[in-house]
Design a protein around this ligand. Sequence first.
Ligand code: SAM
Length: 188
Amino acid sequence: MLLSNSLAISHEIIKRVVKQGDTVVDATMGNGNDTLLLAGLVGEKGKVYSFDIQEAALKNTEKKLREAGVSGIVELICDGHQNIDNYVPNGIRAVMFNLGYLPKGDHSIATKACTTIEALKKSMELLMDGGDITIVIYYGGDSGFEEKESVLEYIKTIDCKKYSVLVCDFVNQINCPPIAVCIEKIRK
Ligand SMILES: C[S@@+](CC[C@H](N)C(=O)[O-])C[C@H]1O[C@@H](n2cnc3c(N)ncnc32)[C@H](O)[C@@H]1O
């Protein structure tokens, strides 16, 4: 089902866009589910850069990738995604952001509006023409409201001559359903 949830929408976009041999980024590694998806899509000739600020995320993801036999495709980076330009070359096909905190982890260690927006700006520069950024915005309970507002405000200001921005919001659902966003760099 395409419209089951925002995560599924982001995965559908990524599966459509990412090809074997591509260079891509998981900006919020967490437990490595998106990193594993990306590694499968780019294959042995491709490269995935995956960021998180928590050692626990790197440990969980390293194990997941080893079990799947795809560790060689992925570079795990223990640093904030706002420093993406220190690690990642120009011309990447896609960047995935899955905002919020590590599932079953400390809710206070979560993505924050200012660093998320800094990372988005740098990611847009690094994207190849036609490349895409997906963002799943989680909010509700004890966190995420300020980041959600700031990101949704920021993306409205992106130059429409250079990028297309799509927001998918499940407007008839209850309990703060996650929002999916896609930013695509327009081909010149
Ligand atoms: C919702 S989780 C990501 C889930 C992940 N995509 C998965 O498949 O399991 C968000 C992650 O972002 C991480 N994070 C928070 N601030 C960050 C930053 N500035 N740079 C990179 N990662 C960050 C958190 O540590 C957390 O693991």
